[in-house]
Ligand binder design. Structure first.
Ligand SMILES: NC(=O)c1ccc[n+]([C@@H]2O[C@H](COP(=O)([O-])OP(=O)(O)OC[C@H]3O[C@@H](n4cnc5c(N)ncnc54)[C@H](O)[C@@H]3O)[C@@H](O)[C@H]2O)c1
Ligand SMILES: [Zn+2]
Ligand SMILES: [Zn+2]
Length: 427
């Protein structure tokens, strides 16, 4: 039977279903007829690659800002507390683009980027008990070891061991890369490196999700959409009837707008320098628009005038330091809360007059919308699948390309066209 994603899931007896990895499309030619064979035969075929180096395709970034090159790479087997994942869908987030451009970020090349994705576990390393081959998973750029003080705290998702680390380009366990292309080790990115048909990740950076979830949609929950949504519902927490300003109307910002709408905000003011974003943003509940370029005074003053002194909440999703400062200064004194989400340049610093804080404004920041990836992400996916949350992921997916056309996804993002571009692996 096909699930809603068009992925084949076979019923084997009353309660068994085969996960999407067994779709004939993602299976070697000689095994395509295996859809009719028993689960035992198919599982045996899966385990053929366990413990071995896999040769597959990956999009390697050899130089900053230069098109990625599809290369044959060797992917080493997972080591202790690691899994090797067959990536089925990935998408491009602006964070990939910053580190690929390496203008305001530390360069590390050659590198395999990618951190928004969905796939299936191919094999597991020593000591792995939580995940098994065939599990449907979302790799996440910030992990959850479940042991440290942060993981044990209800308030934090900043795991001591696996929190986002853009400088780490090797695996934690042995300080080595699991990728080789043209005889050279290739740097990892954010512990995920999903622009590869197979990748290796630490188990703490992998969320096991409902196998019935449509992977070509929920892959965007592995970064951008959860980040924006969580920034609103978990961090900014706007009250019913309140006003919210969202800076940056890309996928992350529009997910924040969705979160504000779901929370019952009455006014959602979208701020962007790209006016083509405004029409699209109406579908996400944004009620008013401000283009800072249309005004000869700072945008925070424009917003203060529109809202009788400032918005109740603001959420910054641009990566621009100027927008971060404006987002803070545009919240109302006494109760306003600003949340920073965008990734700044390495040398940026945040400058505002301390009186802005003394006047009882609050400044916060968040990674991954404060969701704990292994604990909260499976629940979020389940709520989406069961339609318990009014979250329409299709609205965020404006483009789709085959893996061989991955550079087109970069072009769309650089031109500010569309929101998320799904990259189909194996196509
Ligand atoms: N904190 C996290 O966990 C996390 C996770 C994912 C992404 N991010 C960051 O969130 C940001 C948004 O990501 P995205 O994928 O939606 O990017 P995007 O490029 O799709 O959207 C960014 C939008 O911001 C607008 N913009 C840029 N500068 C602006 C300014 N000064 N004022 C107003 N608008 C401005 C752009 O026109 C664009 O529409 C990026 O900085 C990304 O790195 C952070
Ligand atoms: Zn991202
Ligand atoms: Zn931890």
């Amino acid at each position: 039977m096909m699930n809603q994603n068009g992925i084949l899931v076979h019923s084997i007896g009353a309660r068994w279903t085969l996960p999407p990895v067994f779709h004939y499309k993602y299976y070697p030619q000689h095994l395509r007829s295996s859809t009719k064979r028993s689960l035992r035969v198919v599982k045996a075929a899966m385990s053929n690659t366990a413990g071995q180096v896999i040769k597959c395709k990956a999009a390697v970034s050899w130089e900053a800002g230069k098109p990625l090159v599809i290369e044959e790479v060797e992917v080493a087997p997972p080591q202790a507390n690691e899994v090797r994942i067959k990536i089925l869908f990935t998408s491009l987030c602006h964070t990939d683009v910053y580190f690929w451009e390496a203008k305001g970020q530390k360069p590390a090349f050659p590198r395999i980027f990618g951190h928004e994705a969905a796939g299936v576990v191919e094999s597991v390393g020593e000591g792995v008990t939580d995940l098994k081959p065939g599990d449907t998973v979302l790799p996440v750029f910030t992990g959850e070891c479940k042991e440290c003080r942060h993981c044990k705290s209800e308030e934090s998702n900043m795991c001591d061991l696996l929190r986002i680390n853009t400088d780490r380009t090797v695996m934690l366990s042995d300080g080595k890369s699991r990728f080789i292309a043209k005889g050279k080790p290739i740097h990892h990115f954010l512990g995920t490196s999903t622009f590869s048909e197979y990748t290796v990740a630490h188990i703490g950076s992998v969320a096991k999700i409902d196998p019935a979830a449509p992977l070509d949609k929920v892959c965007v929950l592995s970064c951008g959409i959860s980040t924006g949504l969580g920034a609103a519902i978990n961090v900014a927490k706007p009250k019913k009837g309140s006003s919210v300003a969202v800076f940056g109307l890309g996928a992350v910002g529009l997910a924040a707008a969705e979160g504000a709408r779901i929370s019952g905000a009455a006014r959602i003011i979208g701020v962007d320098m790209n006016p083509s974003r405004f029409e699209q943003a109406k579908k996400f509940g944004v009620t008013e628009f401000v283009n800072p370029k249309d005004h000869d005074k700072p945008v925070q003053e424009v917003i203060a005038e529109m809202t009788d002194g400032g918005v109740d909440r603001s959420i910054e999703c641009t990566g621009s330091i100027a927008a971060m400062i404006s987002a803070f200064e545009c919240v109302h004194d006494g109760w306003g809360v600003a949340v920073l989400v965008g990734v700044p340049n390495r040398d940026d610093s945040f400058k505002t007059h301390p009186m802005n804080l003394l006047n009882e404004r609050t400044l916060k920041g968040t990674f991954f919308g404060n969701f704990k990836p292994r604990t909260d992400l499976p629940r979020l996916v389940e709520k989406y699948v069961n339609k318990e949350l009014d979250l329409q992921l299709e609205k965020f997916i404006t483009h789709e390309v085959s893996f061989s056309d991955i550079n087109k996804a970069f072009d769309y993002m650089l031109k500010g066209e569309g929101l998320r571009c799904i990259i189909r692996m194996g196509a």
